[in-house]
Design a protein around this ligand. Structure first.
Ligand SMILES: [Zn+2]
Length: 256
């Protein structure tokens, strides 16, 4: 028995699963491939069975599969590839090229926008998290929020704890606003979760966000001058630790 047709089909399913997963995490159901310098070429066969060389213009997610819109290289005419048995969707080499083109499209789009999740050890953002994959089809199924707390860091070459620095800064900002709205004044302390870069141990500490008398020194872990100072501690900066969460804003009176 020839086992290769099934294996080729599985490989195609796996690549299509990756393409669908990429689209899902980027919240889109279609991708236009605009890289005109480096198009993906496929062969499309017309009704007579004659081959036309086409570039892939659009990839659309349809249920558990994808469809393609391709442009004839010579006439410029558009064709749709909807059946997975058509050559353009049955060839793992072409599918892989489509996957790479889509990956590049998202990489360009995301640059500077969504690279907020960092490795707490090195500050790098080449990190990978677990997701749920259907083991039969290899299709991406889902992920939960917990998935983003831990991951693999390519720079450290190890498992690590992750932190979404923009989310932490938003938490700090919102907590501060709530305090001011409730009490009509600014808080003196922020109760924060920090992580030590070297050991990746977490700790709960008080950070001052205003000038505080010396007698309180032993309850204060770190002194900031302002809210923006505190927010900057969520960045991977020069300190040995990063602020990874803000539990509460409060006053010295509640700590004495
Ligand atoms: Zn790292």
């Amino acid at each position: 028995m020839n086992i290769f047709p099934k294996r080729i089909e599985n490989l195609c399913d796996e690549i299509i699963g990756r393409i669908l997963a990429l689209m899902k995490v980027n919240s889109v159901s279609e991708v236009i491939l605009t890289d005109n310098d480096n198009p993906v070429y496929v062969i499309w066969f017309d009704k007579m069975g004659d081959p036309c060389e086409c570039s892939v213009h659009k990839v659309t997610a349809v249920g558990k599969g994808i469809t393609l819109e391709v442009h004839d290289k010579i006439t410029g005419e558009n064709y749709k590839v909807t059946s997975r048995h058509e050559a353009a969707l049955a060839n793992p080499v072409w599918l892989n090229e489509i996957l790479e083109a889509i990956t590049n499209t998202f990489r360009i789009k995301n640059t500077g926008l969504e690279e907020n999740v960092i490795c707490c050890k090195c500050g790098g953002n080449h990190v990978i998290c677990n997701a749920f994959i259907n083991p039969n089809t290899k299709q991406f199924y889902n992920y939960d929020d917990e998935s983003f707390l831990y991951g693999w860091c390519e720079k450290c070459d190890n498992y690590t704890i992750l932190c979404d620095i923009e989310a932490v800064k938003n938490d700090i900002e919102n907590g501060f606003k709530r305090f001011v709205e409730t009490y009509g004044r600014k808080p003196e302390l922020a109760e924060c979760e920090i992580i030590w870069k070297d050991s990746l141990n977490t700790e709960y500490v008080n950070i001052a966000i205003t000038d505080i008398p010396e007698e309180y020194d032993n309850t204060i872990f770190f002194y900031c001058k302002s809210l923006s100072d505190l927010k900057s501690l969520a960045d991977y900066g020069k300190e040995d630790f990063i602020v990874t969460g803000c539990i509460n804003f409060t006053d010295l009176g509640n700590k004495a």
